[in-house]
Structures are given as C-alpha cells and as structure tokens.
Design a protein around this ligand. Sequence first.
Ligand code: ADP
Ligand code: MG
Length: 620
Amino acid sequence: MTDAQTPQQFTFKAETKQLLHILIHSLYRDREVFLRELLSNASDAINRLRFEMLTDHNVLDPKAELNIRIKADKDAHTITIQDTGIGMTHDEIVDHLGTIAQSGARRFLEAAKEKNQDASQMIGQFGVGFYSVFMVAEWVRVTSRSFRPDAEAVTWYATGDDSYQVSPAEMTERGTRIEIKLKEDAAEFADDFRLKNIVHKHSDYIGFPIYVGDEEKPVNKQTSLWRTSRQEVTEEQYKDFYRQTTLDFEDPLMHVHMVTDAPVQLYALIFFPAKAERGVFSLRKDDGLKLYSRNILIDEYNKDLLPEYLRFVQGVVDSEDLPLNVSRETVQSSGLMPKLKKVLTNQVIKELETLAKKDAEKYASFWSEFGVYLKQGIAASPADTDTITPLLRFKTNINPEAWSSLDDYVSRMKDGQKVIYYIVGEDSKSVLRSPHLDAFQADKTEVLLLTDPMDSFMLMGLHKFKEYELKSVAGAEVDGASQPRAESEAEKIPEGDFNSLIEKFKQVLGDRVTDIRASSRLVQSVARLVDADGSSNPELQRVYKYLGKEYETPKKVLELNPAHAMLKDLLALETESSLQTIIIEQIFDSALLVEGLHPDPSSMASRVQQIMEAALKGRG
Ligand code: ADP
Ligand code: MG
C-alpha cells in the first residue's frame, strides 16, 4: 500500500476533545438538533457549490440535482445524510472536521463552564455545528468527493474519543455522505416519520429539496412564506402558517409581512394573536420570534428582536445581512441585532397606529387583550413612553363605554383646561360614585378612569402627554385656577357654625386624620379624604398594595361639604348627643370605604344598625 491508501490516524485538538467529552457524556433534552446542524452544513455546502458554478464550469457532475437525502435503517440503527454540495478534499476534511474551525464551539465551551448551564439548551441556541452529531452517534463516517474533477474521495471516521482516521474512499458522485451509527439510547432517530418531523420543525425552509427515505417528494417547503412576494401569498396561507407555527386554534388578529433593504436587509412575517392567553396546546412555550439566517433557523425564541412590552408578538425574522458562516452566538453579539430590533419595533408600532385609525373596533379588541403589556412598557421602559402613549386607550366619566385615546381626550378638553385629570380606583362603577368626581361630574369635565391594577404602575412612568400634565382628582387643590368647583354659596353653612362642626369632628376622630376642612369640590357627597400636602404619591401607595408589601397608608385630610344638607342636620342635633358621634364616625368610615382604604368594613355593621334604629324612631 502506498502512503495515500493507508488510514492515517490523527489526534483531536485539546478543545475538540473537551467539547466531544461534554457532548458524549451529558444528558440532553433536545438531541434532535444534531440533524438541524448537519442539514445546515449540507445546505451551506450546496450554496457554496452554486457560487462556484457561477464562475467555474469545470465541476464534477454539473447536472446533479442540488439536494439532500436522508435515509434511515431501523434495524441497523443508522442514518445517512447525503448532499450534492461542494464536497471536501483530503486536506479540507482534516482541516474542517479535525479542529474546531468555528469560534462558536470555543465560546460554547467557555459559556458552558462559566454558567454551568444545561449544555443542550445552549447547543440549541448557539449550535456547535458538526460535532453535535456525537450527542446521538456511536460512530460517524464522513465520505466526501470534492467538486474539483481531479479530486479523490476521502473518508473520515471517529467514535468520539481522542482520535479520528482519514483514508481514501470509493465515491464517484460529487458531495458529502455522513453515516451515523446511533447509540442504543438514540435508536429512535432511525425512523422516517421522526426524521420528517425534525426536518419540518427545524429545517423546513432550507432552500434545497430534502428527501427522506425513498420518497420522491421533498419533505421541506423550500421556499419560505416570508421570502415569497406579498402579492403571491393568500390570506389563507398566512393563517395556515400562523396556526402551524403556533398551534393557536384561533386566527391571528392581524399579520405584517415586511421586506426591507435599508438600514438592514430583512424579511419578517409577524402576527398579533387574537388572545393573550396561550392555549394549552400551543407550540410556543416561550416568548420570542424565530430568527432565521438565510432560511436556517438560528433561534427558536429570540427575545432580542422586540422590546419586552411587545413580547406577545409572534413570527419569523430572516436576514441576509448575517454572514454566511456565522455561528449562532456571533449573531447575538453582532451589531446587527439592535438594528433589526429598531426596524421591527418601529414597524409594529406603526401597524398598531394604523389599525387604531382604520379599524377602531379591531383595535379595541387588541387593546382589551394586550393593553396591559403596553401599560407595563410605560412603567418598565421610560425611554419608550412617547412611542407607547399614542397607543393607550381609556374609559372616562363622560365616555364610560368607549375607549378614548389621550388625543381624543385633549380634543374634548374645555377651554382653559390645562391638565389631564384621572381617578384611580378598583372598578369603574365605584370610581364613578367617588366623591372626588363630584365637581367634575357636575360641570362635565372629563376624567380618565384608571381601574386596572397595571394603571398604577403605568402612572409611575406617565406624567405628561404633549404639554398636558396628568393630575389625580383625588389630590387636594390640584390646580385652583382651572379645576372645577361646586358653586353654591347661598346654601353653605355659615362659617361660624361650620367651624364648630369641624371642632366636633376633630374631637371624635382625633389623630386618625391629619386635618379637617371645608372643600369646594363636593356636590353630592358629604365628605372625601385627600392626601395631606407633601405626603407620598398615592399611586405608589397602590403599587405597594398590589405588590403585597407591608405599607402603612399615610393619614389623610378629611374634607367636608359645607353645603350638604346632612351636615346641617347634624349641626342641629343636640351637642354631645351620642347620635352625633356615631354619625361622624360613619362619615369617616364611609370615606375610607370609597377610597378602598377601610381596614375592616364589617366592623361598621353594628353602628349602621344604631343609625337605622335612630332613623326609624325619628319617623315614628
Ligand atoms: P460551521 O458550519 O459553522 O462552519 P460546522 O462544525 O458545522 O461549523 O462545520 C465545520 C466545517 O466542516 C464547515 O465549515 C465545512 O467547511 C465543513 N463541512 C461540514 N459539513 C459539510 C458538508 N456536508 N459538505 C462540505 N463541507 C462540510
Ligand atoms: Mg454548521
């Protein structure tokens, strides 16, 4: 035998040994990604051949179909994957499969050590390329014939230990054949049905036909829907695609099909689900978009393509700007991601604005499902507040049934009104009964009704819209000049009498309130509680309450309505009468109750009974 025919023994480099050791000895949850890696290599090899053929016509088998064939032998526990790509020479096979060519694998090793993570999850994210086959293989034999007509076929063989062998081979056709003897516990993969499923899941949109078994029909779709021109895609195809990728039983609310060339090249097919709740059968176990680089799935759940507050958006992003040989983690660190994110975010926001303008009803249904995400966005990313606020919708005291935007509110503002008013509460019914709204209802000033727990969080980031500040109606004299007041001078209790009434209240309530005073804001209501000037932000108090944090509500100021008939009657009662004391207590308790601040409402029962008895006696 000549030198060229003797099998040559090579030793893997230290790093490769280490990587193989991890791949062989760890437990993996998604070993099936080995197929994705091999198919991605096959597809790269065919792409490279295609490129060669553009300039070089002296190619072996120029007429051979550009394709990939997968064959499984159930009994022998083997899988064979053969492509008609560029192939490898003796030196290339040593070079490409004998060392870790890709920095991806090296970084993978570092990350696996550092984070002590489940390596298989990381393989899924990064991909370690060819070597991932050792998750399932007892041995691997790669036989290849380069596209150069004078090249000789070569075989590479390894079992995953420290060395590999290279020897001459018999192979007449161009391309690469990879034979895998599966480990006993990986025999499940030698099954056509299983293989087809994996191809569908991970490599459906590889641009060359992939055949499984002896079938003459490719299993993969080959052309991706997102790369197909919009005019050629039917509504039904979009829906189908959505259902297939998410297993959502409902149609999406809408889709966006994007193709851009600047500032980055991208294809994207994006869906807004109809419902926020993911069904139990949903395929999507996590948030994020599918990221493809030239038709090859790089990341199943990419969270870097949209801000967190748009995480309900589903779909696929594919970019030509990712270099051909990019490893999966260089994608993460390349400057491309922020650019893609910007383009996508702007588009999603624009689509929502358009929807709101063109189809208010559909937008309302979007808002009911996903409004809470946008509100959270305002709380969590103050930098995006201006982008998000035009998308917000509110119910108001004047329009309690319809959704109004802040622009709608501003367009209806009264002459001279300088601020946007809001009231925070538990639900719109109780909020509409709040004494804080008295004066606003009376003169028909519009107030936003904020009754969703997320509203309190949102208010932490939303202080202004255009030139208008947002103000709570529950504050004391928030804006004396423009805030509506109850004008009914004639019916007011004379000042001297009113002061003695305040004294009585002070005697009864003691230090449960910080102050008691007359209010010009009350019409129907007897009293209300407002924050003492300079006390901490009431929205923050609510946020603490929702977060279940121990937080003592600061004491409030009790404001009384000097024109209210009940106070006049109260004044007419005998001084020091026990009924007077009881009623003062009840006025205070009722005020606590409407604010949602009463610590123990049932404690009022016996007092309410005393008051009823007195009322009945009075009638009799
Ligand atoms: P990557 O694909 O990121 O380069 P891999 O570990 O997947 O890393 O593959 C290593 C190298 O092996 C490839 O860059 C390529 O040169 C070579 N290779 C792997 N599979 C094939 C194939 N089917 N045909 C030709 N070359 C291949
Ligand atoms: Mg690869």
